[in-house]
Design a protein. Structure first.
Length: 423
């Protein structure tokens, strides 16, 4: 029986936390009565009447409302209230939500590594139709709402939202939690977005983003929608704001076939240029996310004997938790890292375990490309250099289309092999 200022929670009310014969069970190593009283103490008001009678005042009512318990003549706690108590009392968990409408080899490896490294992992959208990049936002919103509503995820739990086919988790959950609890990630409660060097899909937004983020001093300063992190409630708020659409769109929601990264950039500019607080920060030092879309590598491998080797950014000195093989060259670098890190063996998988699944990269993870594939993929580095030139000209207000003359010389029905593919 639990007593708190005349409050009596009956044995029947606590029966879900007791054994069949009334024997005490332990939840996360704490007896049930200690769990209940300890949590109620954590949720107590900061101040209340000094009288000896029952607790009163708005502060207590707010605490009562957060738990779903009524403490004056305490009724039997509901199962939902008990779930909330358990969530409030348990240790902070690190979550990974990953978008994938189809299960592929890269997704299977991501899931295995995330679980080995201590994350609570789940896919979003498996078996659902892929309408466009907005599908990612819709699926994330559903998963966050469900988990926050059920108590599987606490509002302050750190969570990552990452693509499933071109990301690698290499840092443990403990490190992710530690980074989220310390500077710079804990200074501002807003979410953090992976940063990349190329501002796509709209090169002309680069100067505007630079103007509202003058404190970012590294090349990885432009938001990439393939990897995001933050506290769960804050992540849900950002996703909802992105889906709500622009303030200038006459209340039209963001379409599911829209470009999520363009929407992310527009949202940042809309608030930043209005001198309002920025809706998120960019992980420009690559402390959590490292985008691999580069013309050359800016990292080195380090093996400390952990579950997986780590990458160190040679410019910032940071060791990212997640690698994102975005863009053409990013996929190529990622293909090499599967081999260089001996990734499959380190997570207990073999190519044979995965061969029944399709793969998204130029070759299966851990595989070696043939000469034709390698030559074709290396041409994407030339494409990257062209994008760099387009970005430089856009900064000067010049729209440069290097494919214009080429498109006039070839069959219009045949897409150019060097046609830009956005992100």
């Amino acid at each position: 029986q639990v007593k708190l200022k005349g409050c009596h929670a009956s044995r029947a009310g606590l029966q879900p936390m007791l054994g069949r014969q009334g024997r005490r069970r332990s939840i996360i190593g704490v007896p049930c009565c200690a769990l209940l009283c300890g949590t109620l103490y954590r949720l107590r008001p900061l101040s209340f009447s000094a009288t000896s009678g029952p607790l009163r005042g708005s502060g207590w009512r707010q605490a009562r409302d957060r738990t779903g318990l009524r403490l004056a003549g305490c009724k039997v706690p509901s199962q939902r209230a008990m779930r909330r108590l358990a969530v409030a009392a348990r240790a902070e968990r690190a979550h990974v939500l990953s978008i994938a409408t189809e299960y592929r080899q890269e997704a299977a490896i991501l899931q295995r590594s995330a679980e080995l490294l201590g994350y609570r992992f789940q896919f979003c959208g498996i078996g659902e139709p892929w309408i466009g990049w907005g599908t990612k936002l819709v699926q994330y919103q559903r998963s966050l709402e469900r988990d926050l509503g059920s108590g599987e995820m606490a509002p302050d739990d750190p969570v990552m939202l990452i693509d499933a086919w071109d990301t690698m988790i290499i840092g443990p959950a403990d490190e992710f939690r530690h980074k989220m609890a310390h500077a710079p990630y804990a200074i501002d409660p807003v979410p953090w977005i992976a940063g990349e060097r190329i501002c796509g899909p709209d090169f002309f937004k680069a100067n505007r983003i630079d103007a509202i983020t003058p404190d970012m001093k590294t090349p990885w300063r432009y938001p990439n929608a393939g990897a995001m992190c933050g506290r769960a409630a804050g992540m849900l708020q950002l996703i909802e704001d992105l889906l709500a659409g622009s303030r200038t769109s006459d209340s039209e929601p963001f379409p599911e076939d829209g470009n999520d990264q363009d929407r992310l950039h527009a949202h940042l500019l809309e608030l930043g240029e209005a001198k309002e607080p920025l809706p998120y920060q960019v992980d420009s030092r690559c402390g959590i996310f490292q985008c691999l879309y580069e013309a050359e590598s800016f990292w080195k491998l380090e093996d400390d004997g952990g579950i997986l080797p780590r990458l160190r950014n040679t410019l910032t000195g940071e060791r990212p938790v997640v690698l994102h093989g975005n863009g053409h060259t990013g996929r190529w670098f990622m293909t090499g890292l599967w081999r260089d890190m001996d990734f499959l063996r380190r997570v207990g998988l073999t190519p044979g375990d995965l061969q029944h699944l399709p793969h998204d990269g130029p070759v299966a993870p851990g595989g070696v490309p043939d000469a034709a594939t390698e030559q074709n993929w290396l041409s994407t580095f030339q494409l990257y250099r062209i994008y760099e030139q387009q970005l430089q000209k856009a900064r000067q207000g010049i729209l440069w289309d290097p494919w214009k003359g080429l498109n006039e010389r070839v069959d219009p029905a045949s897409p150019s092999p060097m046609a830009p593919k956005g992100r």
